[in-house]
Write a new protein. Structure first.
Length: 136
């Protein structure tokens, strides 16, 4: 599959896709510094045949958890967190307490009002994301 920004090679045997992104960087470290999901912040160097990981990637691989980072959010960030949650990586939410009843705090479906101000409609991705946080 090809878009204006990348080529995706669909994996057949192990169901893992490979994506080649068309963007110029000064070096590989600059590339992985922009990755928003902790466990994916790594790369393979074909010249020296070594895998390099960032400290946050190493922590994610060791703990099987990605840390929610609000500064890295994009339109697809939640979807990718859920994708890795389905692959066995938990989602760590800094400051989140298990004593807080998330399921009751955020209604499951439809529109709801927050402090009488904002109207929001939860999407199916948000439902799956919130459910994965509950199950951690």
């Amino acid at each position: 599959m090809r878009s204006s920004q990348a080529i995706t090679i669909l994996g057949h045997h192990d169901n893992r896709d490979i994506q080649l992104v068309f963007r110029l960087y000064q070096n590989a470290d600059e590339v992985v510094a922009g990755f928003d999901i902790d466990c994916a912040a790594c790369y393979y160097n074909f010249e020296d045949k070594q895998v390099y990981v960032t400290p946050r990637c190493q922590l994610a691989l060791n703990t099987r958890c990605n840390v929610l980072n609000q500064t890295r959010r994009s339109t697809t960030y939640g979807q990718r967190l859920v994708k890795y949650a389905q692959r066995g990586f938990g989602i760590v939410v800094p400051g989140f307490s298990r004593n807080f009843l998330l399921a009751e705090a955020v209604p499951i479906a439809g529109k709801f009002t927050y402090k009488g101000e904002n109207l929001h409609m939860r999407t199916s991705h948000e439902d799956l994301y919130l459910q994965s946080m509950i199950e951690i």
